[in-house]
Design a protein around this ligand. Structure first.
Ligand SMILES: Cc1cc2nc3c(=O)[nH]c(=O)nc-3n(C[C@H](O)[C@H](O)[C@H](O)COP(=O)(O)O)c2cc1C
Ligand SMILES: Nc1ncnc2c1ncn2[C@@H]1O[C@H](COP(=O)(O)OP(=O)(O)OP(=O)(O)O)[C@@H](O)[C@H]1O
Length: 139
């Protein structure tokens, strides 16, 4: 069994998220997903949808075997329980794959880190694009 882990905020689910998770799932046999905590989303505006509701949406996806909220303090903590073989990084996730592999190995959590590319173009395949469209129409 090859266990894949994907991570992200997954605010306002869209087909880009589905593409990312489908590609991640195709790397192995089972897909775990860590949903980012509200308190840790500091690299962009706070999510519209609260963490429990983002978790509920991701958990309901057929391609996801298990989704869970991440740790508020230590991103490596949930990995001790999940023990993924492969970590799928999104095209725009700000982690260096080699550094991450080194940090994981240091902690006795060896995993390969694989970068998933951007999906083909679609009108609202990013959370930012959805928010901009809503503001255009209702702002
Ligand atoms: C291996 C790994 C573990 C992570 N663990 C957590 C965690 O425990 N808690 C959390 O809030 N975010 C965690 N994150 C970060 C987010 O889930 C997410 O990657 C980050 O918010 C940036 O992604 P985004 O641009 O898709 O929002 C982890 C990321 C990686 C790569
Ligand atoms: N169109 C897409 N193609 C491939 N991967 C995507 C696409 N959109 C999002 N992802 C991936 O899904 C994961 C979760 O995405 P995230 O929650 O950051 O949403 P986002 O739509 O990228 O948000 P924003 O527009 O605010 O950047 C990230 O790893 C991201 O790279």
């Amino acid at each position: 069994m090859t266990r894949i882990l994907a991570t992200g905020t997954f605010d306002l689910l869209h087909p880009g998220h589905i593409y990312f998770l489908t590609q991640a799932r195709a790397l192995g046999d089972e897909l775990f997903v860590i949903v980012a905590r509200d308190s840790n989303v500091t690299h962009k505006p706070k999510p519209i949808v609260p963490e429990e509701q983002r978790l509920e949406m991701v958990s309901a996806l057929g391609i996801v075997d298990k989704a869970l909220l991440g740790s508020e303090k230590d991103m490596f903590e949930p990995l001790k329980h999940i023990r993924p073989d492969i970590i799928a990084l999104g095209y725009d996730q700000r982690f260096n794959a080699e550094n991450l592999e080194e940090e994981l190995a240091k902690r006795g959590l060896p995993a390969n880190v694989v970068r998933i590319p951007l999906s083909k173009e679609c009108p609202l395949c990013s959370t930012g694009a959805i928010i901009k469209e809503v503001l255009k129409r209702y702002g």
